[in-house]
Design a protein around this ligand. Sequence first.
Ligand code: NAP
Length: 252
Amino acid sequence: MSTNNKLAGKVAVVTGASKGIGASIAKHLAAEGASVVVNYASSKAGADKVVAEIISAGGKAVAVQGDVSKKADIDRLLAETKKTYGHVDVLVNNAGIYEFAPLEVITEDHFHKQFNLNVLGLILTTQEAVKYFPATGGSIINISSVVGVNPLPQASVYSATKAAVDAITKSLAKELGPKKIRVNSINPGMIETEGVHAAGFLETEFPKQVVAQTPLGRIGQPQDIGKVAAFFASDDSGWVTGETLLISGGMR
Ligand code: NAP
């Protein structure tokens, strides 16, 4: 993990950081010197482990529970961040769920569950966090997906949430530019995370099909995303906003 202190003195909030992609992003931002708020919904043990790893590597982090599909929890998450670290420079909207379903079995619940977290939660978290950004601005990173750009069959609702995320990124980049707040999307391809294991994807033919269409010949690991998140969080990407970057080994 690179440690150039590119985020020294910065405060980062990472939603859904108790495992998977969010945990890796939290560790990479902390390794660059950021104080990190490791948000989780239910996995306290996972979040505590991420915090312990960051602290034992010499970094700063706290775990804060909060279901970021709910406004009251979002407000509490940001209030606790303010109390602990004073402000926010980097927000990573990572918490998200993916449920695949063919058209004939889609229900209102399937729709609302995914849209409430992946889209509404992302908007409400951004709305609240922006209040705590300094006048010097900062960076918002939305974790989207390649399916936002190239939707999968039997995943119309999930794909639609990520296409919405990309539209929000582009809209808010224009809206928040005058406040010097940059907004970019990272669009991962298939990444081996706890969530992907739990969904049973790795026991199907799906990863083989993905790898066959991937020029770099493998599925991704969480650190493939963590590294790039550090780039978007730091001044290295200081003149980059409104972008959607596919990180997928070339699969599109
Ligand atoms: P994961 O392994 O399932 O981890 C999900 C994380 O989000 C956990 O920390 C979980 O916390 C948290 N979370 C879930 N619901 C939450 C809520 N309502 N409020 C706050 N936190 C919540 O997921 P992942 O595979 O790392 O995916 C993370 C993001 O990347 C998602 O937005 C996903 O759509 C996107 N993505 C993933 C892939 C992939 O192949 N893995 C590809 C493209 C995009 P608890 O454990 O406490 O519930």
